[in-house]
Design a protein around this ligand. Structure first.
Ligand code: GTB
Length: 215
């Protein structure tokens, strides 16, 4: 059955792969699934046709026959649950990999999102310069804990899993800030994720849409 996902008509990041469709593309590539992409504008996301699939008017979405999903974590889990390569067969190892998926989105990404908010949405507020160091310190604390747990391991729990896919994707959002480089263990972990052929294909596919046209 054909899989169709949605992505920005033109991502504000200009092709850095930070919009969340890249996570879904990566999961589809890891699973070896062909897919098509429906590009949506910011205005189109708020129109009834898109809201019928995504109640919050965002990307990405995932459609497969009669099934329509939103929320990146749920989409990646759906792909990982139904296809080999992203979750272990062993039930306990599978549960731990799913735990890492939640940890990436609920525990590690949340302070990182605060940084985006503090910089871009609240940067002009009179208290912004006071708040920023607090936000950055909370990120550093999380990354320290994550780096301690990862240690010298290649991936978070045995073989590469959907937990790593989401964790690497979340950490990638920090690259521009320089904070990731303060944690060489995590910088290397992210580099291992980016080196995976499936990630490379996903990144190239979004870049083909989002790269600024050369003059
Ligand atoms: N919880 C939802 C999920 O995980 O799927 C969040 C989805 C979401 O935030 N979607 C964003 C969106 O549609 C795009 S990915 N925004 C439009 C809107 O809300 O109107 C977030 C994103 C956007 C841009 C960059 N960037 O330019 O670097 C990075 C990440």
């Amino acid at each position: 059955m054909t899989i169709t996902i949605t992505a920005f008509e033109r991502s504000p990041d200009g092709g850095k792969g930070l919009a969340r469709d890249t996570r879904v593309r990566w999961a589809l590539e890891e699973a070896g699934l062909p897919y098509s992409v429906r590009l949506v504008s910011f205005a189109g996301m708020k129109e009834a046709a898109h809201l019928a699939v995504h109640p919050f008017g965002q990307i990405p979405t995932y459609e497969e026959g009669d099934l329509a999903l939103f929320e990146t974590g749920a989409i990646v889990f759906h792909i990982a649950d139904r296809h080999a390569g992203l979750l272990p067969e062993d039930p306990d190892a599978r549960a731990r990999a799913i735990t890492w998926m939640f940890a990436a989105l609920n525990t590690v990404e949340t302070p990182i999102l605060d940084l985006q908010t503090a910089k871009f949405a609240e940067g002009d507020k009179p208290w912004a310069q006071e708040r920023l160091p607090l936000v950055v310190d909370r990120i550093r604390a999380r990354l320290r804990q994550l780096a301690d747990r990862l240690g010298d391991a290649e991936w978070l729990d045995g073989a590469f899993s959907a937990g790593d896919l989401l964790m690497v994707s979340v950490l990638l959002r920090l690259r521009m800030s320089g904070i990731l480089d303060e944690f060489p263990t995590l910088a290397s972990y992210v580099a291992r994720g980016e080196a995976r052929p499936a990630y490379q294909r996903a990144f190239a596919a979004q870049l083909a849409i989002n790269a600024p046209a050369s003059s």
